[in-house]
Write a new protein. Sequence first.
Length: 194
Amino acid sequence: MANIGYVRVSSKDQNTGRQFVVMEERGIKLDRTYEEHVSGKNIADRPQLLAMLDYIREGDIVYIESISRLARNTVDFLDIANRLKEKGVGLISLKESIDTSTPQGRFVTTLFAAFAELERDFIRERQREGIDLCLREGRPYGRPRRSFDDIWKENYRQWRARKITSKEFMFREHLSSSGFYARVHRYEEILGKC
């Protein structure tokens, strides 16, 4: 029997430390951990989750900080919970105080998963309403674009001259890989117009 920890954040620049601290504060000793820095939207795009599901054995217990770290919708959460149940593996969600090895825990799990999905649907609905309002009023929406300051321009020059790596450039600018290349593309479009 092993205690397995699964932690997840949505992007590479987010930190999983808080989730580990919650487990430590509860006195949970983990034998193995699986950590991901990806969106929870699609199970197939989460290699650490798939590796954990392959690794677990009957009698193991999977610890998560909260339901939202394991799944982003009710269907996915219940699918994962059922996979664990079929393998004889317990699931404990610390935030919601759920233990699927008990009938009450299984019932509460279903309720919490449904409420979590409802909350996400409300957030998406409010976001869509805000975007629609901005479009009707002709206002910009979304995250404001950062300008290209002198530091960016110098880092870009060094990167193009191969004096620094793209990884170093991303680190200096506090950017994820996708954000970095999108910003470079936008900058190079501007340069082409000058």
